[in-house]
Design a protein around this ligand. Sequence first.
Ligand code: ASP
Length: 406
Amino acid sequence: MNNINRNIFLAALMGISFGLFLKIYPQWSLYNAFLEANVIIGQLFINSLKMILVPLVFFSIVVGVSNLGNSKKSSTIWKYTLLYFFGTMSLAIFTALIIMNLVKPGMGITVDSWPEAKNAITSSLSILEFLKQFILGLFVNPFQSLSSGNILPLIIFSILIGASFNGGGTKIQAGKKVFESLYEVIMRIVNWIMMFAPIGIFSLLVTMVESQSSELFSQLSIFIITVIGIMLIHGLLIIPTLLFIITKISPLSLWSNGRPAFISAFATSSSAATLPLTLSVACNTFKVPKSIANFVLPLGATINMDGTALYEAAAALFIANLVGIDLSLSQQIILFFIAMVASIGAPGIPSAGMVTMAMVLQVLGLPLEALALLLPMDRLLDTFRTTINVEGDLVGSLIVQKVTKL
Ligand code: ASP
């Protein structure tokens, strides 16, 4: 384990311990001051990651795509990347549907009313409206998306600039050099922020553990355990097996070397905020060429979300069980696709999956009031699904590297 890796691991353990300490000893004289300090430090860490995120995504995709070289090679990377993303998300949803149909958490209990629901629901979209907004939202003024941090159109614009740097005369090549050096500048800032990561992660975990209500956990424990079980099957079995079969990289090497990225995903609940660490693990530890990592990872942090996809499918079935609706096979096939669209549409930020969950419930005719039940435990489950999302991205870069033989 290198230094940053070890420090982040120790910081996570200490953060959880201090969080538990605050929970069982609230009369501690420094309780408020300590908690408040950690809220501020944790937020500072997240803010600094958010600050660097938009320039990082922009420059890394431009440089990544501009280095894809001839069009034959780049189309192979595209093809395999998308094949991997859709293939693994399908596997994740499929596993969730099978296990939820076997375990059936929530079955037998009837929830007649959702009293706290009223405030929880803000807006919901039908699937057609969602698709329309999604597609129309892909092309917007790049300066507007740069300043508003709207990642998906930014990715499209960055791909176009990067693609235009492939080939071209000396003027175009000079422009490419400027982007490459600006990318190096951004990476230096990323490294500075990363030196601060152990402290940020400590604070985030202290506040998270302290604020969790234990009564809630007991009520929904079967569902939570089932969802975590599905995530473990996907993250500890399916994805590592795929990685091993294709690249011969062992699961242990994946988990120990990828640990900084996984712990950051767990602590921040944001694949986007974790992107700097995922990039650093892929390029520095696993030696994935920058041309691949800079393309697969930012794209993956935005659209490849195995954990979110399986969660949305599982949660919809759980709610269906609670209201006593037995979803038919055709309804479950619709659920399969809608969970995929919902996870692609969810940005890599905390609780983004909850926003698109409203769409999943509506498409299936399930009560949106159920969001009130899902929201309170989202902080916990988001940590797991984000870790699975990030694992999927990292493994994607390793597999794409192998199959395209770069
Ligand atoms: N927090 C997740 C992520 O950043 C998205 C989600 O809410 O599922 O990957």
